[in-house]
Write a protein that binds this ligand. Structure first.
Ligand code: GLU
Length: 349
């Protein structure tokens, strides 16, 4: 009787990948559970009240599957994690050229809250640091402050797949202590970058920073970016492809403050951190990653967030210039007619 030959196959199936994601995040949660380096943000008094040991890791794949471990339902505030989303919204509303008149695209090498503008243009260096984020907030269109706030919340809600809430305590805490951001705003008004009422723009900026999410929400927001701008849970488009390309580019080069160069070197995927302890990363076409751990390093990045994401990228081969780089076609297939890439979100369903 002929013996059937069984050749082992090492092709990774979808379920293998899922098990890999799940086991990797569990393993990383265990590996870093006891790491207590860093300190919680103290300059916004309300943030200093957070339990520093909270720790969650969530991944949402572009087909909408959630893998999550730890305190993933604990609410925290976006802080500057809101910046890329609001930047994307304004790009879609006003167009790239108009936005570029108000904010640059260069990494700063300075702390996130530096009172520094581009020496040649007097514009903020990029939309990921406070100065640039405040300038971008000043561009959000609307009839009045309430309308502008609602549009901003609606934009964030498309990524979250729900209605976001502002944490009033955190908002009031930053509003009453945010003199550094106030100084940045006055400096920008001096150079014509901010034209609206300073207090109104700052209120709106502090509100966007105080939007409350949990780690699962944040992973879904990142996964929406990974899925070309369409929320994998709701199917709703949150941002046009053209704006998303700009957002991811700036996240790639400027997302981790002064650590941005080291980040792309070692991790190699677009990411953004916030002083509330959240960190998100986007693996285009594959997944959104979120980590929540409130202890920050001296640059304002979540210590465990950076460590987990670094290991995750290495273990799952996520660096943009490694994963698939050797098998990608020389010329990308043309899957849409020229020009459709620039369709603004307003024209989409
Ligand atoms: N609301 C914070 C500030 O303006 C955000 C900073 C951050 O997360 O990087 O200082």
């Amino acid at each position: 009787m002929a013996v059937e030959q069984h050749h082992p196959t090492y092709a990774i199936t979808e379920s293998d990948v899922n098990i890999r994601i799940l086991s990797t995040i569990n393993e990383l949660h265990l590996r870093y559970r006891d790491l207590d380096e860093g300190t919680v943000a103290g300059y916004i008094p309300e943030l200093s009240k957070v339990d520093p040991d909270l720790f969650a890791i969530s991944v949402v794949t572009t087909d909408g599957k959630l893998y999550s471990v730890g305190d993933d339902e604990h609410a925290f505030t976006l802080q500057s994690l809101a910046n890329p989303f609001i930047f994307g919204m304004v790009l879609d509303e006003l167009g790239r050229e108009r936005v570029r008149q108000f904010v640059g695209v260069e990494p700063t090498g300075n702390p996130f809250n530096a009172i520094v503008l581009d020496r040649q243009t007097n514009r903020p260096m990029n939309p990921m640091v406070n100065a640039g984020a405040i300038a971008v907030t000043g561009l959000v269109p609307g009839n009045d402050p309430t309308d502008r706030l609602n549009r901003m919340l609606a934009a964030l809600g498309r990524y979250m797949g729900g209605a976001p809430q502002v944490d009033i305590e955190v908002f009031m805490s930053e509003k009453s202590t945010g003199d550094r951001n106030r100084s940045i705003a006055y400096l920008m008004r001096n150079f014509g970058t901010l034209t609206r009422d300073i207090n109104e723009v700052l209120d709106q900026y502090f509100q966007q920073c105080a939007v409350s999410v949990n780690c699962r929400n944040l992973a879904c927001m990142a996964a929406t970016m990974a899925a070309g701008g369409v929320n994998p849970h709701t199917g709703e488009r949150a941002i046009s492809r053209a704006a998303l390309r700009d957002v991811l580019t700036i996240m790639y080069t400027c997302g981790l403050y002064e650590s941005s160069g080291r980040w792309v070197h070692t991790v190699g995927i677009p990411a953004k951190s916030g002083v509330g302890g959240g960190l998100m990363a986007v693996v285009p076409g594959r997944m959104g990653i979120a980590i929540f751990s409130p202890r920050l390093d001296s640059q304002g990045n979540s210590v465990r967030g950076v460590r987990v994401c670094t290991d995750l990228a290495r273990q799952l081969n996520l660096h943009l210039f490694v994963a698939g780089g050797d098998t990608a076609p020389a010329v990308a297939p043309i899957d849409q007619p020229p020009g459709t890439d620039d369709t603004s979100i307003a024209q989409r369903t």
